[in-house]
Design a protein around this ligand. Structure first.
Ligand code: PDD
Length: 286
């Protein structure tokens, strides 16, 4: 294992030395937001989009951004170098800082800024060629799923349900309509038509989701952003999930039943190729 360097409030240090006071509101209340940025061959992928979403999350929780976009970018690039370039996932978190426990915001507290980077491997070949198994559940999370909040208990419980069922993800329905999965966005395919739920307060606006939508448009794959009911998901020919760490993967089993043919379908295969080509182009540009 190579030494892991993290950043905490202005300093780079080995992860073993990083300490957070127990009164940090991130620890006490989950009062903070985060981002996960994939890095391929040392290049952060869709960094401006991640920084824009970070700003939106901070605005939504009324926390001033402690750094400018240029400062974030510099910090992230330094973190990538210190963690030996290559493929990795940079995690960053901003909390409302350390203050006496009181639900209301502290009058003055410096936000806590933490970054780390973990090795990232793109999904193993088997998951790409065979697809993944998922379960479904009723979405019982709060109504601001558009905020990338560190308060992830709802998502954690959903992901654990999937893990206990030997599955990768839990796909959720709210009031009979598809929202997203425990840590990814969801697409469904009927014939050649792809659909995905629109961005609103019920889903995280995924950066990978945006890439897939852009690639569908460029590749003339019909894609509609619309409400999708549970029957449409269960009768889909293909289901995909997308996230920064999963990229785009096909769901081959849902609640123990095969999705379509039970293998990643033709529209997925096309999208997967478009995605890998796009990644290569972006990496070449640096
Ligand atoms: N999660 N929806 C949820 C609930 C998520 O947690 C994520 C990502 C996504 C996909 O977003 P993106 O494409 O920008 O990664 C959608 C990250 C990877 C995580 O929490 O580790």
């Amino acid at each position: 294992m190579q030494a892991q360097t993290v950043y905490l409030n202005g300093e780079f240090m080995p992860i073993e030395e990083a300490r957070i006071p127990v009164l940090d509101r991130g620890f006490i209340f989950g009062d903070g937001v985060y981002e996960v940025i994939p890095v391929y061959s040392g290049h952060p992928f869709r960094l401006p989009q991640h920084l824009k979403r970070l700003q939106n999350s901070l605005d939504a929780i009324k926390l001033a951004n402690p750094l400018t976009a240029a400062q974030w970018s510099q910090l992230i690039r330094r973190m990538i170098k210190l963690n030996h370039g290559h493929d990795q996932a940079v995690y960053l978190q901003v909390t409302r800082g350390v203050a006496k426990r009181d639900h209301a915001f502290p009058a003055s507290a410096a936000p806590t800024v933490f970054l780390m980077s973990n090795p990232m491997s793109t999904p193993e070949r088997k998951l790409v060629t065979q697809g993944i198994a998922c379960i479904t559940a009723t979405d019982n999370r709060w109504l601001r799923c558009d905020i990338k909040s560190t308060s992830l208990l709802g998502n954690v419980l959903m992901r654990q349900r999937a893990a206990e069922a030997g599955c990768i993800e839990t796909i959720m329905f709210r009031d009979g309509f598809l929202s997203e999965a425990s840590s990814s966005n969801v697409f469904v395919v009927h014939g050649k038509d792809v659909s995905a739920p629109p961005n609103n307060h019920l889903v995280l606006p995924g950066t990978t989701n945006d890439v897939v939508i852009e690639l569908a448009r460029k590749g003339r794959i019909p894609l509609a952003l619309r409400e999708i009911n549970e029957d449409e998901v269960r009768s889909a020919d293909e289901i995909w999930v997308s996230s920064s760490t999963k990229e785009v993967l096909a769901v081959s089993r849902l609640d123990g039943k095969p999705v379509g043919s039970g293998k990643p379908g033709p529209v997925f295969k096309r999208m997967y190729k478009l995605y890998q080509d796009y990644k290569r182009t972006v990496m070449r540009r640096g």
